[in-house]
Design a protein. Sequence first.
Length: 182
Amino acid sequence: MGKLDVLLLNAGVMKLLGCARTEAELHPGHELQFATNHLGHYLLTMLLYPLLCESKFGRIVSVSSEAAVFYAKSGRTMRTDDPHWTKASEWDSMMAYGQSKMANAMFAKELAERGKNKGITAVSLHPGVVATELSRHNVWWLSLIFACFRPLAFKTPMQGAQTSIYLCVCPELNNTEHKFNG
């Protein structure tokens, strides 16, 4: 059947101030950030998990965000009754993004627990503020502000990828327990 040594989960989208709730095009009813940032990762991982189990040291690296910690510290919990923010009066783009990133970290923690006896290590990380197209759906004026500060305060994509790469290949992480600060 084959094996898979490393799975890096890094797809993402962020909608900030002034952005309306958007549904995933292929999955009506699913909020875009939660569908892209978590559900897609979940499905891909579950499909590939048997191949990771065949590896001597399978590794799952999930790119989360400091927004997960912000979400947790705001006193919020996962909206298990309405993860897709279908109630328009409750929509909060930043909180929806934070929830999707909290789901990444929680998923990594659960995968680490389940993978302990299978040789699978699962971790999540915050790469820092990286100059990518992640926030391409923001209102025009916020995108303009980001463009002005990118050269001064943001990591380049190459710099932002370094932690993910390290976590994918570092042998010291084999069979270590995931730590979550949320």
